[in-house]
Design a protein around this ligand. Structure first.
Ligand SMILES: NC(=O)c1ccc[n+]([C@@H]2O[C@H](COP(=O)([O-])OP(=O)(O)OC[C@H]3O[C@@H](n4cnc5c(N)ncnc54)[C@H](OP(=O)(O)O)[C@@H]3O)[C@@H](O)[C@H]2O)c1
Length: 331
């Protein structure tokens, strides 16, 4: 196959960004060690930023977004990743400056390519996708900082979104009492059915509160929201509690006092899923295929075709995402 189908975003002279399904030439892909036939990608918040022309994510258009992909090696210049191998690529520059998983072909450096673990189907890999990998990294950081089920309940913000819903599912699986914050009251039942113990309204955490400390409530938290929400999360963590902070859907700003840190020993743990070493990504994928495998994984995602991307990306950008969206490149 020398040409392939992709969802490409173009910039018009008046500064608008529009996506369309186009035929691309394999020869136009960037240089790289590994050519991959993409089977599935997924929709992540960063894709919505890229597709809407956010220059912090993607500088040059036309561009094929898609920050993750699972598929088969079609051409390889590396013996360790032979033709026919099932592989996963997430992060680094994929879907940002490099043509991404919303096309049926990607070409990338070998250093970006993880192996699809045995026991994990290609589709399952993209139900997790970058969001699920990030949720796993957040849970891993909490555990490494001493947050265990016996420590007390764990709060998850943006809990119906991609990172949030996988974080809830993983924490429930590991035996934590999970409290989910959401701006979608109609999704409360779904979260409770997954094993979440309690729902908190999104506004409770995002409101302005001048007090530097609030009642000690949670042993840990996963925060995808940033802004006032993260500032409030710091105030309600218990002594020695930790928050794994990975997102910015509300804001990149953080206005906080040092009091939670110096009076309660609270830990603010940054989580990056993009530039971490490939070996760490592989370790997390292997864990997600085995000890952390989720029985309810299929329920967390909806499958979409390239033709549904435009609508799905704008829903994600407006905060309306519910769970994960798996992009089937052959649908
Ligand atoms: N650090 C990393 O490596 C990394 C990796 C992946 C993602 N991220 C970041 O993590 C964040 C979440 O990603 P995602 O893929 O889970 O996004 P998503 O699927 O769009 O979910 C975000 C969720 O946040 C909540 N939300 C939306 N707007 C909000 C607002 N203004 N204030 C408070 N909550 C709001 C909503 O959940 P509720 O309605 O349930 O509240 C929404 O579903 C993004 O900022 C993304 O860039 C970072």
């Amino acid at each position: 196959m020398t040409s392939y189908t992709a969802y490409e975003v173009s910039e018009s002279a008046d500064g608008a960004y529009t996506g369309a399904i186009v035929q691309k030439q394999q020869a136009d892909l960037p240089a790289g060690d590994i050519l991959i036939e993409v089977l599935y990608s997924s929709v992540n918040f960063k894709d919505a930023l890229s597709a809407s022309g956010n220059k912090g994510v993607t500088r040059h258009f036309p561009h094929v977004p898609g920050i993750d992909a699972v598929g088969k090696v079609v051409e390889s210049s590396t013996e360790s990743l032979p033709v026919g191998e099932d592989v996963i690529v997430t992060g680094y520059d994929l879907g940002m400056g490099t043509a991404g998983g919303f096309g049926q072909r990607i070409r990338v450096p070998a250093a970006w390519v993880a192996r699809l673990p045995k026991g994990m189907s290609p589709r399952s890999a993209m139900v997790f996708g970058t969001a699920g990998l990030t949720a796993a990294l957040c849970v891993d950081k909490l555990l490494k900082n001493g947050v265990v089920p016996e420590s007390g309940s764990v709060l998850v913000t943006g809990s119906t979104g991609g990172v949030g819903i996988v974080a809830c599912a993983l924490l429930v699986k590991l035996g934590f009492d999970v409290v989910a914050s959401t701006g979608k009251p109609d999704q409360a039942e779904r979260l409770l059915a997954m094993g979440v113990k309690e729902i908190v309204a999104r506004e409770t955490l995002s409101e302005d509160n001048p007090r530097p400390l609030l009642k000690e409530t949670y042993a840990g938290a996963v925060d995808v929201v940033g802004g006032k929400t993260l500032a409030n999360v710091l105030k309600v963590l218990r002594h020695n509690g930790s928050v794994a902070a990975c997102g910015l859907v509300e804001s990149t700003e953080l206005q906080a006092t040092v009091l939670p840190f110096i009076l309660r020993g609270v830990n603010l743990l940054g989580v990056d899923s993009v530039e971490i070493p490939l070996s760490k990504k592989q370790q997390m994928w292997d864990l997600l295929a085995d000890e952390w495998a989720l029985n309810n994984l299929d329920e967390l995602a909806e499958d979409i075709a390239l033709t549904q991307l435009a609508e799905t990306l704008s829903r994600v950008l407006s905060g309306g995402a519910v769970g994960r969206y798996v992009v089937d490149l052959n649908a």
